[in-house]
Design a binder for this molecule. Structure first.
Ligand code: ADP
Ligand code: MG
Length: 731
């Protein structure tokens, strides 16, 4: 198909207007197929001998090591189930440091010595696998000559079956480790962080007399934002194809200013997509709960019911994958980039996070008894302490080229990490700080505390501050600054480690006071008060978008790490080294490797964007401008040939001049971009990343600005790229 001028756009518009919603027959109740593609408890209990079943359940629940002696029976049951479900292949499914997922399929089919074909699946194939994984980024940790790492089954996340167009694959959630035991993936550090958090949280629980909890887990409910545009438009945009975001494109006359998209009625084509995606997600046992239109045109959100953080992380990866796949069936492109379109909101992934005991108690739920409330306050203060002390690492954990467009723009939490608690809880903490506990009484007071020295905690604290990066929402925190395309593993591992450390420290402090003769309640209250004073700087109830906040935050000594390179530099601090080695989340080598590969990733992202911007400016925008200019020149020539002169001709000559001026600007901004790129070149990765962030990015913006001006004056018949108004409003 060869298309010139705006023919591509017209073709795409034609495609879009002919689309009809895709329907799939599904008359069943969701409960009939929920989890049908997972090796779930029911399948396990049906297929495994009783003792093996119980041993496996124990492994899953307690996060224990698998008893190797049961592996053969489990492998047999898994194989039987997979074959019944029509699977032909299996794979270890893992999450390398690319931030995505990886899989290498093997067939169950073998041919025995007499030439008979049969399906086989051994315990060792279930438990361990060795992908030839030398091409994954390892941050220099693993020289290619000893490229062998292995994947190991992580039983805490359910085994599942992925359906392909012509067959099914058994997927075994796994971790990816080097032969020296170093993590080569995002999941291993997350699992380690949960163990560390659990150990330290249990210490606090024991202080308050809890003897029954055996484990504490972090819980996560990630709200996923994304855009959908028609695939035909997507195909015509080299920037979306290569970089996931538009690097040029003029603002449309109508954007999100009417605020008519948020929670608006969902177009039937989009609803059809959502329904099919949810059907697929339900089959995988992923509890997606809500769906709605988001603020920007063509922007949507899906949120699941929360789960243990490791399972939720796997499920979020699968959710992004399924949304992408199902979108294609509906001729839609799933855009998960943080800022696909300038001038309208970008996408994030709000990480709702809390901690829960093995008995199901939510540790961030204000309680109904004084003791529970005191415990709640201790846990809350440990959380604030962790966030305060390690704000830089939390910022590093959400750093990416895409998220740089969100943080710092007035639509998403800023790059400054602070925590919002709400008016009621703030009053409680302020009263404790002042030592005046009567002031803790709030209008919403529901819990009557009869013993002295205990504040009242408002139970139904529903006030919201949408501008806060880390907000308490009644019984959990919402870490809002996470990038929409990112794995939740790294931000969650960092938060778990930071809070785990603080829980250990607060337990030490209380225990020391108790050892010197204080009652637990008094000791805890004293420590809570100390922590309130110590962490005050991190609490901010105001508007995070305000200019004044930047100034105020600086006074408070809070970090304002505006872009990725300086955020990632936090990984090189002593604080990072200490926290990650103490918690076991990263070894020294792993941390170095993580820094290295994330900086490298940032650089590569920008290099791709630069490449595609230059290509589009040179091969699409300039030629369109030349044609437009030639048309104008011909018109002027025509007027002159008619013998016309004066004002009439002059106004058109002026028009030629303005196009020629923009062409000249475009050429000079491209040259300036080239020069900035050359100058940024350095063997020192940090220096290079920094130059890309602060010197090259503005040069890219300058190129864009000229392109967008040209879009406003060049004949629409000549404009090759789908315009914002088409991509965002036609689907
Ligand atoms: P809200 O509207 O107050 O933000 P929702 O009930 O809509 O709360 O929840 C938003 C997300 O937070 C959902 O994914 C939900 O499952 C999750 N969530 C609720 N409670 C917890 C918890 N204790 N831990 C982690 N996530 C939670
Ligand atoms: Mg939201």
């Amino acid at each position: 198909m060869s298309m010139t001028g705006n023919q591509g756009r017209l073709w795409a518009i034609g495609e879009v207007t002919r689309r009809t919603p895709r329907t799939i027959p599904n008359g069943k109740k969701a409960s009939e197929y929920f989890g049908c593609n997972t090796f779930n408890h029911k399948v396990m209990s049906d297929k495994l001998p009783n003792d093996v079943y119980h041993s496996l359940i124990e492994t899953i629940k307690e996060g224990k090591k698998l008893d190797q002696s049961i592996a053969p029976m489990v492998a047999h049951a898994v194989k039987e189930w997979a074959l019944e479900k029509g699977a032909t292949h299996y794979c270890h499914w893992f999450q390398p440091n690319t931030g995505g997922t990886a899989e290498k399929h093997d067939t169950f089919l073998t041919v025995d010595s007499s030439g008979e074909p049969l399906e086989r699946f051994s315990a060792s194939q279930l438990v361990q696998s060795e992908p030839d994984a030398s091409s994954f980024p390892s941050g220099g940790m693993r020289a290619t000559f000893e490229a062998r790492g292995y994947t190991a089954w992580d039983p805490s996340s359910p085994i599942f079956i992925m359906e392909g167009p012509n067959g099914r694959t058994l997927c075994i959630p796994s971790v990816f480790i080097s032969y020296h035991g170093q993590a080569l993936d995002k999941k291993t550090p997350l699992l380690r962080s949960v163990e560390y958090l659990s150990e330290n949280a249990l210490r606090v629980l024991r202080i308050f007399g809890n003897t029954s909890a055996t484990r504490v887990v972090a819980t996560l409910g990630p709200e996923q934002e994304y855009f959908l545009i028609d695939e035909a438009f997507f195909a015509l945009r080299p920037d979306l194809v290569s970089a996931g975001r538009t690097v040029i494109g003029a603002r449309p006359p109508k954007g999100q200013e009417l605020e008519d998209q948020y929670f608006g009625s969902i177009k039937s084509r989009i609803l059809g997509f959502m329904q099919e995606a949810e059907y697929e997600l339900f089959k995988l046992g992923i509890p997606v709960k809500t769906r709605h239109n988001e603020v920007a045109p063509c922007q949507f959100e899906s949120a699941p019911v929360f789960e243990n953080v490791d399972v939720a992380t796997d499920h979020n990866q699968l959710t992004m994958e399924i949304l992408r796949r199902v979108a294609r069936r509906h001729d839609l492109s799933f855009l998960v980039h943080e800022k696909p379109f300038a001038g309208i909101n970008g996408s994030g992934k709000h990480n709702n996070w809390s901690m829960a005991t093995s008995d199901g108690e939510n540790l961030l739920e204000p309680g109904s008894t004084p003791v529970e409330n005191l415990q709640f306050l201790v846990i809350l203060m440990a959380t604030l302490k962790g966030v305060h002390k390690h704000a830089g690492l939390l910022r590093a954990a959400i750093a990416s080229s895409g998220n740089d467009h969100r943080l710092g723009a007035n639509e998403a939490p800023p790059a400054i990490i602070s925590a919002f608690l709400g008016a009621a809880l703030t009053r409680v903490l302020d009263s404790i700080e002042k030592g005046d506990l009567k002031g803790a009484t709030t209008e919403k007071q529901v819990i009557n505390l009869n013993i002295s020295k205990l504040p009242e905690v408002a139970k139904d604290n529903t006030d919201r501050n949408r501008t806060s990066p880390f907000a308490f929402t009644g019984n959990k925190f919402e870490f809002r600054a996470v990038a929409s395309s990112a794995s939740t593993a790294t931000p969650m591992a960092t938060l778990n480690a930071a809070v785990g450390e603080a829980l250990g420290e607060i337990a030490d402090a209380i225990e020391a006071r108790v050892a010197s003769g204080k009652k637990v309640g008094d000791a805890a209250m004293e420590v809570v008060r100390e922590y309130i004073i110590e962490t005050k700087a991190i609490r901010f109830e105001g508007n995070n978008y305000a200019e004044e906040w930047v100034v105020e935050a600086e006074k408070r000594g809070l970090l304002n790490l505006r872009k990725t390179p300086e955020a990632l530099a936090q990984l090189k601090t002593k604080g990072a080294e200490e926290l990650f080695s103490k918690s076991g989340v990263h070894t020294h080598d792993e941390l170095e490797a993580r820094y290295h590969l994330e900086v490298e990733r940032y650089i590569k992202d920008l290099e791709i964007e630069i490449g595609v911007l230059k290509e589009m400016a040179t091969t699409m925008i300039l030629p369109a401008a030349y044609k437009h200019q030639a048309n104008l020149v011909a018109a002027v020539g025509g007027l002159k040939a008619m013998g016309l002169n004066g004002k009439l001709v002059a106004s058109q000559v002026a028009e030629v001049e303005s196009v020629a001026g923009l062409v000249a600007d475009l050429k000079s901004t491209i040259d300036a971009l080239d020069a900035a790129v050359d100058k940024a070149e350095s063997d020192d990765l940090h220096k290079k990343a920094d130059a890309l962030a602060y010197k090259v990015s503005p040069a890219m913006e300058a190129v864009r600005e000229v392109c967008d001006k040209l879009e406003g004056i060049v004949d629409d018949n000549l404009w090759p790229l789908p315009k914002y108004r088409e991509m965002l409003f036609l689907c």
